[in-house]
Design a protein around this ligand. Structure first.
Ligand code: BGP
Length: 474
């Protein structure tokens, strides 16, 4: 009983939030590099403030991040010490294709990830690779407008071809797009899209989403052709939507919110646009343009497994109700009066993870993978410089327990769990460094100072023991 013996325990990171080294070895500039920290970040990531290069007035935390570019051996050794069986990481597209539309890849970039994979191999850690974690070359944005343009499919597939062939001996598990549903909430970060005044934003977002969905299906086809061992997953930002009350209007609104979220996975896992989306998108006049053959592509190449991030559930009320607002993973919702909240105002809801696992499994009946879950908190070293992050241990313990119940008692088929993030890194939502998630502390401060030295927090030994006991000892 408990977790299956081959359950994949590990941690997850994203290139732009940890690597730094953005000008090293011929790397080009990406959308994620030019998302500044501070007040303007939200306008930039939502595509309402155009930022395609650095300016003097802003600070860009991805430029150095935690400099994993030069520390990856040390970091992977620490992951191995915790007993990781899987390391989820992402490829910076512009290390491989600096502008995005070159014919030949940048060999130095290929070499960098090869070194990472060799390091993982040394410790028998399986890499789980996100092909694009909010990553789009600025070159492709300037020339083609990012994912609003159908040409992006070809550039993305060219990247995939290089990755699938060059890393064939190291990688068999891939995710096509991180949190694909974020395109609706943060279109510049999710798809390299910024808007001109007066544009129909919704139409552009669903058109771009369609391009990503086709790209994802064709990547799945290609991955299977290049290596029949390859397993491809989709990835979405999950979190069940609860009705604020049992009033039918609240229940209806919560259902609509869930459908908006599941839309992407409905297409990627079932292979066709669900009826509710066809009806509603047509009604609003934002149904994407499709080419002949698109429906066939979606139908033929669904994903092998479904992965998601879970940080919090959401609570939804009918429009017009007086409610308080709660923050959350890039989207806000109504404040749930029955939950506690993190320092960033995100609801904490372990049972919500069990509910979400059940809902997703009921809906798709495919293997699931939790590829992000964790607590962003302010960590303060004690007099000895040690971080006693009992709050993080408590958060993770409660969530892992809920996940165990979903597996053991509800029969949800779950491949693994990668916590976000095993090491402190830059926050995607805010660009802050002080919002820390790691088992490993990085001496990098909000003002950019710090030695970049790594040290273990209390949660390091705790998670190590969780993995050692295959989730028995929490
Ligand atoms: C998800 C992203 C991650 C990660 C995480 C935590 O949306 O996939 O990249 O950062 O959220 O969010 P934040 O960094 O805003 O705390």
């Amino acid at each position: 009983m408990g977790f299956p013996k081959d359950f994949l325990w590990g941690g997850a990171t994203a290139a732009n939030q940890c690597e730094g080294g953005i000008f090293e070895d011929g790397r080009g500039l990406a959308n994620v590099d030019v998302c500044p920290a501070g007040a303007d970040r939200n306008a930039v990531i939502t595509g309402h403030m155009k930022m395609l290069e650095f300016d003097e007035a802003h600070v860009y935390p991805a430029a150095e991040a935690i400099d994993m570019y030069h520390h990856f051996r040390e970091d992977i050794r620490l992951f191995a010490e915790m007993g990781f069986r899987v390391y989820r990481m992402s490829i910076a597209w512009t290390r491989i294709f600096p502008n995005g539309d070159e014919e030949n890849p940048n060999e130095a970039g290929i070499h960098f990830y090869e070194e990472i994979f060799k390091e993982c191999q040394k410790y028998q850690i399986m890499p789980l690779v996100t092909i694009s974690h909010f990553d789009c070359p600025i070159g492709l944005i300037k020339k083609y407008g990012g994912w609003r343009n159908r040409k992006m499919i070809d550039f993305y597939l060219h990247l995939c071809e290089v990755l699938f062939t060059r890393y064939k001996e190291y990688v068999t598990h891939w995710l096509t797009f991180n949190e694909i549903n974020m395109i609706l909430h943060a279109p510049f970060m999710g798809a390299g899209i910024y808007f001109e005044n007066g544009e129909n934003e919704e139409q552009i977002k669903y058109q771009a989403a369609h391009h990503e969905l086709i790209a994802s299906a064709l990547a799945t086809k290609m991955a299977h052709e290049i290596n029949p061992e390859n397993k491809i997953g989709c990835m979405f930002a999950a979190g069940a939507a609860y009705p604020y009350s049992c009033k039918p209007k609240d229940v209806w609104e919560a259902l609509l919110t869930d459908q908006e979220n599941y839309f992407f996975v409905d297409v990627q896992a079932r292979g066709y646009y669900p009826n509710y989306a066809i009806k509603r998108l047509h009604k609003k006049g934002v149904f994407p343009l499709m080419e002949d053959g698109d429906e066939e592509i979606l139908k033929q190449y669904p994903v092998d497994f479904i992965s998601f991030s879970y940080y919090n559930s959401r609570c939804i009320a009918a429009p017009g109700e007086e409610t308080e607002i709660a923050e959350g993973n890039l989207f806000q919702s109504v404040k749930n009066p029955y939950l506690k909240f993190s320092e960033w105002g995100w609801p904490i809801d372990p049972l919500g993870l069990r509910i979400t696992l059940n809902q997703v499994y009921d809906r798709y009946q495919k293997p699931l993978f939790i590829v992000e879950n964790g607590l962003g908190a302010l960590d303060k070293p004690n007099e000895d410089g040690f971080i006693e992050d009992d709050y993080r241990i408590e958060y993770l313990r409660d969530h892992i327990r809920a996940m165990r119940q979903a597996v053991e008692e509800d029969g949800v088929e779950l491949m693994g769990y990668t916590s976000w993030a095993p090491i402190d890194l830059i926050s995607a939502g805010t660009g802050e460094m002080r919002k820390r998630y790691g088992f490993i502390y990085v001496d990098k401060q909000e003002d950019g100072s710090g030695s970049l030295m790594r040290s273990k927090k209390k949660s390091f030994e705790w998670y190590k023991h969780v993995i050692e006991t295959n989730g028995e000892c929490l």
